[in-house]
Design a protein around this ligand. Structure first.
Ligand SMILES: *Cc1c(COP(=O)(O)O)cnc(C)c1O
Length: 398
């Protein structure tokens, strides 16, 4: 089925029919259509009331443990440790992986700034590599190429032969919820003895080769910010298959306070990174509805896929071997001008659309960091648009 009229309109920069179709798919014909708003259709108010009535709204309480157990079960990891937000969880994960001051950490240039900020919190330097065009996540070919050229193994650790710095972690990110080629990345990093920390902030509900994203690496990190697939208001989670490491995480996230009925004994410098009980109460209600959310998001993605089939606009589909949560649906334009034209038109008409992040290497704090050509990442940053990806709630459901 050719879509010549559609393509002619795209050529003329006329996007009304696309925007109308987006509204129809998201079941919101008029008014402001957000990119990704949370929906509360379950036990949210019940658990929040219960939490308030218990007075345990802060750093201790049953909801935190219950939420951790639910997430651990859902992602099939041994242990999950809840944190105040995804950024704090990433910081802790890197510290637990052994990232030190003046080390180097390899990551992707196409990511949210928090990925790189967490590396900087450790005093380490980020190295930014390209992404692959299928998954939009860290490209294993680029990773191998950079390590082959730059890494040298000494005493079981990898060092950058030019800078002399230890390469102490690799942080791939599952972009917009699409699983990256995590198994290949881990195989490469194992050859170089580099631990992998998965930034799975966007990919709760996304599976690669049948396993949940964030469960492949040494540690995985989730986020429950307001715009993510499920929300705690703010929150994050560390995923572990090593229970001792999980214990360390819990200790470090609670000011490194040792267990004592009344005394304040802190045995190292810790952090106030533990998730409050009231946030966990919200999160627990949200995770109970994850199957509904994912089903609705998949339905939206399929409708978008059909809408853009045989047009000049390319819809980003879930990669091979993957089941994506379709957190944020993405489309790619032929060039930046067309893309920018669409963004202006969409946002003017109240259909919230956003470009991909500016590459982290373009931000002043990270401009001088090492990187490769970033060929794919640059093109994606110029041509991608995230389109509304809200869970559609049946009137009956709410
Ligand atoms: C949302 C996000 C984070 C940070 O999570 P917060 O909970 O907002 O701190 C980290 N990395 C990526 C890729 C994200 O999208």
């Amino acid at each position: 089925m050719g879509k010549q009229p559609f393509n002619n309109l795209i050529d003329m920069g006329k996007y009304d029919s696309i925007l109308t179709a987006i509204r129809r798919i998201q079941k919101q014909e008029k008014g402001f259509l957000p990119l990704h708003a949370p929906v509360f259709i379950g036990n949210e108010k019940k658990y929040l009331n219960e939490c308030i009535d218990s007075t345990f709204v802060s750093s201790v309480g049953k909801f935190v443990n219950e939420f951790e157990d639910k997430i651990a079960k859902y992602t099939a990891v041994k242990k999950a440790v809840a944190c105040v937000n995804g950024t704090a969880a990433l910081h802790l994960a890197l510290l637990l992986a052994g990232v030190n001051k003046e080390d180097e950490v390899v990551t992707q240039a196409l990511s949210f700034v928090a990925t790189a900020n967490a590396i900087s919190y450790c005093g380490a330097k980020a190295v930014f590599l390209d992404v692959d065009n299928e998954s939009l996540g860290l490209c294993p070919i680029a990773l191998r190429k950079w390590l082959n050229t730059n890494a040298i193994i000494k005493d079981n650790n990898s060092y950058n032969r030019k800078s002399g710095r230890k390469i102490s972690a690799c942080v791939p990110m599952h972009s917009f919820g699409h699983p990256c080629k995590i198994d290949e990345i881990i195989t490469i990093c194992e050859e170089y003895n580099i631990p992998v920390i998965e930034d799975a902030a966007e990919s709760l509900g996304s599976f690669y080769k049948g396993k949940h994203t964030g469960s492949y690496g040494k540690i995985g990190v989730l986020s429950f910010n307001g715009n993510k697939t499920i929300t705690c208001g703010g929150g994050g989670m560390l995923l572990f298959n090593d229970e001792n490491l999980a214990k360390r995480a819990k200790h470090l996230s609670t000011q490194a306070k040792t267990n004592h009925p009344w005394e304040f004994i802190h045995d190292e410098i810790g952090f106030n990174y533990r998730m409050p009980n009231i946030n966990a109460a919200l999160g627990l209600a949200q995770i109970e509805n994850i199957d509904y959310y994912l089903k609705s998001k998949r339905k939206t993605a399929k409708a978008y896929q059909k809408l853009f089939a045989n047009t000049k606009i390319k819809f980003v589909q879930e990669p091979q071997f993957s089941k994506s949560n379709y957190w944020l649906n993405s489309i790619l334009f032929e060039d930046k001008n067309q893309r920018d034209g669409f963004l202006a038109e969409a946002n003017k008409s109240g259909v919230m659309c956003r470009p991909a992040w500016n590459l982290i290497t373009t931000l002043p704090m990270f401009m001088n960091c090492e990187s490769d050509t970033l060929k794919n990442a640059k093109n994606i940053a110029d041509t991608l648009v995230n389109i509304p990806s809200n869970v559609v709630v049946n009137k009956k459901q709410s």
